[in-house]
Design a protein. Sequence first.
Length: 307
Amino acid sequence: MGQAWGFGRYGGPEVREFFDRPDPVPGRGEVLVQVDVAGVNPLDHLLRSGPVDGLDGGRPFPRVLGMEAAGTVLARGEDVNGLEVGDAVFGFALTGGGTYAETTVLSAPNTARIPQGLSATVAATLPVAGTTAVDVLDQLGLPAGATVLVNGVGGGVGLAVARPAIGRELRVVGTGSTTKREHAEAIGVRFVDYTAEDVAAAARELVPDGFDGIVDLAGGTSLRTVAPLAQDPRNVIAVGDMSVPDLGGRFVERRVDRENLERSARLALDGLLAPVITAVHPLSDAPAALATVENGHASGKVVIKVA
């Protein structure tokens, strides 16, 4: 038996609970992993709030929270290639196993070995934020010297996008609240504080001719405020707001396979994708970890240290 934190039914924070469960049995194409570190993401509380097609695995309640983890392979299911018992790995729990737990199952095609020199803590932040950063920048395909606006730069994904963008020699402007300024400016982002100034006017003052690309992580009204700042609306890429085509933009094309995980790990080793980890919580403090992200107060990446 191992401890896990999850939810007994769909709903708000009140449905969350700690519980003990037997080690899950890896199915076809899955590996059983002893979790060292779990990443915390906004998607975690969305999955708690209601069903999301393709991500709950049809598992019974109680379900475990969490989508990304780093740990050690304890067992393999059938048809698993490229991963062995004892391997240090990181990846996605895409079949409903959750990651806020002592053990979990990860989908093998969406799991990769942790390369030597990369810590489990950093690796646990890469499945969501790292691969998203790679995807949006590849999709934009901007040349060196181009300008990009990261709308919502202060969170884990925003900072993950900004650093490799700067590594590609792009000029990066980011929007966020006052508390997000320090981390953004520390990596070279020109910061616009949406709580203190007119975002569109301030961004236009920095880049009068309009941005070559916009990466939106905020959605809603915020997306609609910044979208007109793009020279070409097709270069507005949204990570969360599916309505972006209404503005002429595109939704991010996600690649969550092993190849993209390995690519993000190489970038992390090279210092071109260095997550800003601002809080490390024990599993017993998982409620506080998720609350920080759910309330929008997280600056950088929040992780849960399980082992």
